[in-house]
Design a protein. Structure first.
Length: 268
């Protein structure tokens, strides 16, 4: 028996990176998956987003583990599309137990280079998109008699990291949302927690190469991003293992937690 055997997990941003890793790790432990991704680029983001082909690869990886998966192209900024995706997935897989609100974008610039569109896109995906995900999923968790919501925040949700103002604002906002929902949903046996990774070896982090020039210009700020442990980045599976714990019955009394998987970044 797997640690989440026969449970159903809804994962946003599932086409690649942490989202795909979460889908595979939960499937390895017995879960079926509802996977969504917008599969579209943003004019304000300097790296390419996942594609429908990437989402299809996630499907193949889960099916290779002999688990069921429903994959749908949907944007977390669109509450109606999200609700339809979750409803369709639950109709096919029978229930919902786990929510991994993972979809996110990031840009790097000084505060005075943040355009209204950069601000709007980042907040809409990283904060409002998490809210939309929770709103679409919570009724199904209630029907199931409880469950686990795990929201991907960041070290930027704890520290005031420079050159990431919209991202930092959204990731801090997620923590407040988590705390509120953890209180409000506790009597329904729905647990809500956040995970705070350091830099993760994903296309998102790889797309933030412009950070180096700012660190060179302001070297006293660079250590804010440094990990205490001697690693530059963590692996997606490290975050997936934390998610697995929070989603499992091992964490049945864990709610309102800011779980750091950050190689010591936030204790500096």
């Amino acid at each position: 028996m797997g640690r989440v055997q026969d449970k159903v997990a809804f994962i946003t941003g599932a086409a690649r990176g942490q989202g795909r890793s979460h889908a595979i790790r939960l499937a390895e432990e017995g879960a079926d998956i509802i996977a969504i991704d917008a599969c579209q680029d943003f004019d304000t983001v300097g790296y390419a987003m996942a594609t429908e082909e990437d989402l299809a690869d996630t499907v193949k990886a889960v099916e290779a583990l002999d688990r069921r998966i429903v994959a749908i192209k949907a944007d977390v900024r669109n509450p109606d599309a999200l609700r339809t995706a979750v409803d369709d997935g639950v109709a096919q897989l029978g229930r919902l137990d786990i929510v991994a609100a993972n979809a996110g974008i990031c840009t790097v610039q000084r505060w005075d280079e943040v355009t209204p569109q950069i601000w709007a896109d980042t907040i809409d995906v990283n904060l409002t998109g998490v809210w939309n995900t929770c709103v679409a999923a919570i009724p199904h968790l209630q029907t199931s008699g409880g469950g686990s919501i795990v929201i991907t925040s960041s070290t930027s949700g704890i520290k005031g990291q420079p050159w990431l103002a919209p991202y930092v604002a959204a990731k801090h906002g997620i923590v407040g949302l988590m705390r509120s929902l953890a209180n409000e949903l506790a009597d329904q046996h729905i647990r809500v927690n956040t995970i705070h990774p350091a830099g993760v070896d994903t296309p998102l982090v790889a797309g933030l190469g412009g950070m180096n020039k700012f660190i060179e210009q302001s070297p006293t700020l660079g250590p804010i991003f440094m990990n205490t442990m001697p690693v530059e980045m963590v692996d997606p599976v490290d975050i997936s293992n934390a998610l697995l714990y929070l989603a499992s019955d091992e964490a049945r009394y864990v709610t309102g937690l800011e779980m750091k998987v950050d190689a010591g970044c936030t204790i500096r």
